[in-house]
Design a protein around this ligand. Sequence first.
Ligand code: ZN
Length: 65
Amino acid sequence: MAESTQTPAAVRNPSAYGWCAWHENYARGVRLIRVIEQGSGPSPALFACPSCRMAYDLVPLDDQS
Ligand SMILES: [Zn+2]
């Protein structure tokens, strides 16, 4: 299974398993919190797990506006 990139489809999966940028480890149920606009770099998007979203009061991009 190829999973070298994070696709928008995976971003919208509420049970997605991925990298939490806040506690810096893999976790289940990560959501896209912020997209970093930059020309280079391996991680243009920041994901947070449910625990970190609660701890840091983070709102997923899909739930904003
Ligand atoms: Zn976390």
